[in-house]
Design a protein around this ligand. Structure first.
Ligand code: PRX
Length: 650
């Protein structure tokens, strides 16, 4: 197998096959079975998904129709009723899993807790009872802004149990970002903590919530505060309640109600190419099926596994592969609160050895930073419990893949490079660890029911080897249903690029063997350390600063983060450009959005390169940000002197 077309990914052409030992024990070890099931899943999707949904989920009422597809709106498993929390917890209580660890938690300071399925059930029931006592019920929205502690999962599952729609806000987001999300979904309650631990310091979660609510979030009636870090936090009488107080005395039993398969499970905000984050809506039956099934086949989960996904619950990976998917499978989930490099860059390897982690799922940006820290940190640990590795969030460069394979996997663990998105809910394209020969840098072949297409501008299929835009041609159960409160934007963002197809926003190519190589975003969304950041979001944060007249943000390739944020800023006439102002602007963006969006570089520009119709030519700015020389066509520029000025600054 060769792949001559990928020049930037040309450092490793070898193909890695699963060992006979892995294959023999895999949940799927036969290529013939994969081909048969895949073919059924795309040719007779209703038969395939109907059977899988019955087998993998607990239904209170059987569905009568597998799929109603009125493009772009899908309804899966109509007539069916179920409860997501019951599917993740209660069902296991009737089995030998009742006293098995559901969550093994390690806090950053080193505190360790193991929570069995029975204990998780009790905690979720108590919290669900507490939320009910506060007047929350089906269809209400609850925002969750918490550290990576078990109570974050408890809060999510308690909401699910009640039919309350949760929106988890990543703990690294700012108060502005909280306010925007809480207002968009009109949350009635915010569930938070006094703080969380990160690199030995306290992240002031409660203070951020207070700031967000002070600046205007009229729908929020209650704030529930978990005591995690223990520092003094002001509690507003009538609004704020401690978690331990609201659960005290609540029964540890709760009868879960059944909800329609299409009942909304959660809203998760993600960046798009315009300024405002998109509230991606996922519903119950299809989402659970997609996440549970991929956990079974892609992570090959067994009852003996200790499965560690390093994502925060604030991201889709944390929803699908820390909480819903693995718990629906009855797995033991390892959860870690803090920074991977605290107190030293071997914290993950320490955790793997201490808790005998068998399956490990992380992001290329983390892998690259471990590579940079040096192999000695890895060599301190045996990592002998590991049997399978995963990667997600951005294309993994072959060099990082090889390091992961050699240093962490000791050349014996298959690597699943999983391509998917907040919108897809579950993994879409991936190797299956027992069968798929892997090529470093490629995410392999489609999962069941997924029909990826690489198409050109006219919507024609690009021959293998050629690059184009990535689309998905058929609906799948865990797909987003709409954008919260904005169905027009849903249609526009995902279904208008080419009628009939879901547009992923990524550029990709198939190689001669039908393996998919995702190159990266082709819209105005950057992928910084595996996180999506809309350039328009950062631009609007910049222009909200009193000194800024105009701003344009582009990505520059970055060895560690994948992409770095470079901002071109035109200041107002009365303002003097200075190094201090650059620092102020970087801090301003971090305050407006969160530290993850802090610009790597701010460059002042007397003017921005524009077309005659006034559109900023980002391609030129990208070239300037990456290397300083503008090579492409500049004939549509209104005023070349703007570019000349920026170039001479280099
Ligand atoms: O560009 C692709 C990249 O991440 C985007 C989705 O980001 P988000 O919704 O935040 O979800 C991240 C976790 C699922 C995609 O459009 N991406 C994700 N995984 C991969 C990837 N690019 C290449 N290879 C991957 N394995």
């Amino acid at each position: 197998m060769t792949d001559q077309t990928i020049t930037s990914f040309s450092r490793e052409h070898r193909v890695f096959r699963p060992s006979a030992e892995f294959k023999a024990q895999a949940n799927l070890g036969s290529e013939t079975t994969y081909k048969r099931l895949y073919s059924e899943s795309v040719n007779s999707p209703e038969k395939f998904w109907g059977r899988e949904a019955k087998a993998r989920l607990v239904w209170r009422r059987a569905f009568t129709k597998v799929l109603q597809w009125k493009l772009p709106h899908a309804k899966w498993f109509q007539g069916g009723q179920l409860n997501a929390a019951e599917n993740c917890i209660d069902r296991h209580l009737l089995t030998a899993r009742a006293n098995k660890a559901a969550i093994i938690f390690e806090g950053e300071p080193g505190d360790i807790r193991t929570i069995t399925y029975r204990q998780l059930h009790q905690q979720v029931c108590q919290f669900a009872n507490a939320l009910t006592a506060l007047g929350l019920g089906k269809g209400d929205r609850a925002a969750i802004y918490m550290p990576m502690v078990p109570e974050a999962a408890v809060a999510m599952l308690a909401c699910a149990r009640l039919g309350v729609i949760h929106t988890v806000i990543f703990g690294g987001f700012s108060s502005e970002a909280i306010k925007e999300r809480v207002n968009d979904c009109q949350a009635r309650v915010v569930i938070t903590a006094d703080g969380g631990w990160r690199r030995g310091k306290i992240v002031e979660l409660k203070a951020n919530v207070d700031r967000a609510l002070q600046s205007g979030a009229p729908t929020v009636e209650r704030v529930i505060v978990l005591k995690r870090t223990g520092q003094e936090v002001p509690m507003e009488a009538g609004r704020d309640r401690w978690w331990h107080e609201v659960v005290a005395g609540q029964p540890i039993e709760h009868r879960a109600k059944a909800f329609d398969s299409e009942h909304p499970l959660f809203i998760l905000y993600t960046s798009g190419s315009t300024g405002k984050p998109k509230g991606v809506l996922h519903t119950t039956g299809g989402y659970l099926l997609g996440t549970a099934m991929t956990c079974h086949y892609v992570f090959d989960l067994k009852d003996e596994d200790v499965y560690f996904c390093t994502a925060d619950v604030g991201w889709i990976t944390g929803h699908s592969y820390v909480v819903y998917g693995p718990l629906a499978c009855g797995a033991t989930v390892m959860m870690y609160e803090g920074a991977p490099n605290h107190p030293e860059p071997d914290r993950f390897w320490q955790i793997i050895d201490r808790h005998a982690v068998t399956v490990f799922y992380t992001a290329p940006t983390a892998i690259r930073s471990f590579m940079r820290s040096g192999d000695d940190y890895v060599k301190r640990h045996s990592l002998k419990s590991l049997r399978l590795l995963g990667s997600v969030g951005e294309p993994i460069n072959p060099e990082a893949w090889m390091w992961y394979h050699t240093m962490i996997g000791k050349k014996k663990c298959p690597i699943v490079d999983t391509w998917w998105q907040t919108e897809t809910g579950a993994i879409m394209v991936t190797p299956l660890p027992g069968i798929t020969p892997t090529k470093p840098g490629s995410c392999g072949r489609p999962f069941f029911g997924v029909v990826p297409k690489v198409l050109d501008e006219e919507g024609k299929e690009v021959p293998r080897g050629g690059g184009g835009k990535l689309f998905l041609a058929q609906p799948w159960p865990s797909m987003l249903r709409t954008l919260w409160g904005d169905d027009e934007r849903f249609k526009q963002a995902y279904w208008s690029e080419l009628p009939g197809y879901y547009f992923a926003g990524d550029g990709a190519r198939f190689d001669a063997d039908g393996y998919l190589w995702v190159v990266g975003r082709i819209d105005d969304v950057l992928n910084v350390s595996g996180h999506r950041i809309g350039t328009a979001e950062v631009e609007s944060a910049l222009v909200s600063h009193p000194s800024v007249a105009e701003a344009a943000v582009v990505g520059r390739p970055d060895e560690l983060k994948g992409q770095a944020l470079v901002c071109f800023v035109t200041v107002k006439n009365s303002v003097t450009e200075s190094a201090e102002l650059k620092d102020q602007l970087r801090a301003h963006v971090a305050r407006e959005i969160g530290a993850l969006a802090r610009p790597d570089e701010v460059r002042f520009a007397a003017g921005l390169p524009k077309t005659r119709s006034g559109k900023i030519m980002r391609r030129i700015l990208k070239e300037l940000a990456a290397g300083g020389i503008v090579k492409g066509d500049t004939t549509t520029l209104e005023d070349f002197s703007v570019v000349a000025a920026l170039q001479s600054e280099e």
